[in-house]
Design a protein. Sequence first.
Length: 497
Amino acid sequence: MTSDLAFIPAEQAARTPPFRPFALRSKAASSILVFLGLVVVLATQAGQLLNDPDSQWHMAVGRWIVAHRAVPWTDLFSHTFAGSPWIAKEWASQVLLYCAHAGAGWWGVCMLTVLVIAGSLAGLHLWLVRRVSGTAAIMVVTAAFVVLAPHLLARPHVFTLPILLVWMSGLVAALERGRAPSPWLALVMTAWANLHGSYPIGLVIAGVLAGEGVFSGPRSEWIGRGLRWARFLALATAASCLTPYGYAPFLVNLGLFNSGESLPYIMEWRPLGLDGAGVIAGAMLVGSVVVLLTAPRKNLFRLGVVVLLGVMMIRHSRFADLFVLAAPILVAGPAMARFPRLRPEPAIAVSRRSSFVILAFALTAMTTVALVSPRLSAAMTPRAALDAARVKGLSGPVYNDYDFGGFLIRSGVPTFIDGRSDQLFLGGFIHGLNQALDAPGTERFAALLARHGVTWALVRKDGPSADHLRRLEGWRLLHQDEVAAVYYDADRVTTAP
């Protein structure tokens, strides 16, 4: 109970009920219900987890890594940047996605994603319900789920959710104990660095919170505390370099922000919107800041982390994932200290009725999971169009729309462009492509195709690419369906009879 009372005045702490053996069971039971409920909700919408073209190429990269028992160092999947330096910095997530696919197809990929998301939010609920009221805990988890919903996809970033939960709860637990984090917590950074490229943010958070860890104690202890936190931060930084690529992923992540070329064209890198999820995320940010400002000096460093993550979220909506998990963990203690009504309810034993409810939820969840049959979105899987191109013998460099890149990589076709824009398709490539597509005439677009030796194209049936291809001299339409169209340069390609 020590960590639960860190922000409670002494006179309130004295009245805190003692630990009861059934408390954990009762609160764990409510978190199990949260987990099972989320499994049901997510499983019924499992197909939406695949509504991103990147899911396909991430799985394909994992397939290559497993097949070759190595990680790639150069681009193997496009013809425009073939052989250029490229690393699979999220290789561990890609291997997990491939293994799930190899074992159970796209159903396996979706169920792995469902379990990770549901487990992460249930873990957040369990952490909160031990520190604040059950009502407050479920409201926060519900709000977090709504904000996360647009970003819940079968991609490597979902694996950061449990990692961030463990990282943040470990840091805050250390602060509440008045100690530096356990050296074992540094291993979380090793897992994070191999699963997703957002791990430098975790190091920054730890560095800021170290200020509270040092200066919250007596002045005479500042040096000792500072040394212990510095030792942990150095260990965590070293642990983040334990990847097949060493520290290279860290430099790649910095390069993404420095170049910024692809950011304006990718939805998740755009500013936070004013839709339902955006409004709730904004309300969580304002509420967190208000709570921490009730004791600004004491909460200064937590406030710094919340504001930092909030600004990142406002500028780039993809960082909402980090904010909605990190902020509640930072704010729960100060909120409980300032608002006594938020204190957790007295512990109660788990009733037989509750056990039956849990069993009913578990059976519902298992039935739902067994019955769903998620499929890839047809809008990003132009199978009929690619089959038509292969039947006609089209080969050579292809021009493809961005959303078809993942499908082509999975199908073994070198792409013109795909979702790996954090490392490739830079140096003016994306700007040049978009300028060519936006131009009223076809000259720029034709020059772009000629520069890369393109002989055929797989594009959306309607869109700027198709508009240009229809007007290009010498290009012919080979196939068109509700999803995609195939064009080829009749002057350079001879199709099979």
